[in-house]
Write a protein that binds this ligand. Structure first.
Ligand SMILES: Nc1nc2c(c(=O)[nH]1)N[C@@H](CN(C=O)c1ccc(C(=O)N[C@@H](CCC(=O)O)C(=O)O)cc1)CN2
Length: 306
């Protein structure tokens, strides 16, 4: 049995959603403004459908106006851009989110850049990327997954990470790079490790904060983890689990694992996030926080901090 603190993302996200609900009530009663979130999904990828469904449901729970656009797989880029344009012009909508990935006929970058940066609650627009990179994080929408990781890291280590080494495994635009910016802004000494990094286990074993966002099931074993490290697992990988038997169609059942070999890493970590129930739920909590913030901005007020 390990002594590591399990960072419960489900419970933490719930507390954020409760705070957002309260702040929505205040905003509505004092200004008449109701935050509005529009989610757009193209195609029928089952996982994306689940995520978008949760986003719309949580938005309703928070007291937001919640709009969902479900478009067929063969939607053209022009049709999607028209919907984004309409949402940009709609004053009742404060947050616009286009679920990724998009089908191959659509240029993801073009669609993201078409979203009004002040409604880009995913934080993927170049203006928000630039704001975060230049330290103007007060003005930026921060991508929801790294923002959620930061909340959990702060819960354990506090706001100032001076003197601590942080290693992020993975250099994606939506997790690895913004995560590095956030940790740097909190004064950590930051390294991004990736598939071309030499002696990656040794690099990771120097981390007081280790964030795994590489998409390789259970890659981070005990040798990657420093004693007492805070380990944050962003990976969501479905792997075959023959021990669970077969589905009705004869296929092997699966189970969800992170990028971290949980039991192994928990033996050495001071605190660790589980999969499922760690970073994933925080992504949706932070989306609600970003949407609230956008509505507060529209009202000329400062939103509560999470
Ligand atoms: N426009 C966006 N697209 C995508 C994003 C994003 O932030 N914005 N992130 C991911 C998917 N995602 C949210 O959209 C997301 C992924 C996972 C979870 C989550 O709660 N996962 C559960 C497990 C769920 C399961 O059983 O499959 C968990 O970790 O406990 C929430 C949101 C890509 N696209």
């Amino acid at each position: 049995m390990s002594d590591a603190t399990v960072m419960d993302g489900k419970a933490r996200s719930r507390s954020i959603i409760d705070q957002v609900t309260e702040a929505t009530r205040t905003l509505k009663s004092e200004t008449g403004i109701q935050p509005g979130l529009a989610v757009v999904i193209v195609g029928s990828d089952p996982a994306s459908q689940v995520y978008v469904g949760s986003k719309a449901k949580r938005a309703e729970e928070c007291g937001f106006k919640s709009v969902k656009h479900e478009l067929p797989e063969d939607t053209s880029e022009a049709d999607l851009l028209k919907i984004v344009d309409d949402l940009n012009r709609d004053d009742s909508i404060h947050g616009i989110l286009v679920q990724l990935p998009l089908p191959k006929q659509i240029d993801e970058g073009k669609v993201i850049q078409a979203i009004d940066a002040d409604k880009d609650v995913d934080g993927f627009h170049l203006i928000n990327v630039g704001r975060l990179a230049t330290g103007a994080s007060e003005d930026a929408f921060v991508p929801c997954t790294p923002a959620g990781c930061m909340v959990m890291i702060r819960d354990v280590l506090g706001d100032d990470l001076s003197g601590l080494n942080a290693v992020i495994v993975g250099r994606s635009n939506i997790v690895g790079k913004p995560m590095a910016q956030l940790l740097l802004a909190a004064n950590a000494t930051v390294t991004i490790a990736h598939s071309r990094t030499k002696n990656i286990a040794a690099v990771c074993a120097n981390a007081d904060i280790l964030v795994a966002a590489v998409g390789r099931p259970e890659m981070i074993t005990a040798e990657y983890v420093k004693d007492g490290a805070v380990v944050v697992d962003v990976g969501i990988n479905r792997i075959d689990a023959p021990e669970k038997g077969t589905n009705a169609d004869g296929s092997v059942k699966s189970r969800l694992v992170g990028d971290v070999a949980y039991e192994d890493a928990a033996e050495k970590a001071r605190a660790i996030t589980p999969v499922p129930g760690g970073v994933g739920p925080m992504t949706i909590g932070m989306l609600m926080a970003n949407t609230l913030r956008s509505a507060y901005r529209a009202a000329g007020r400062d939103a509560p901090k999470f």
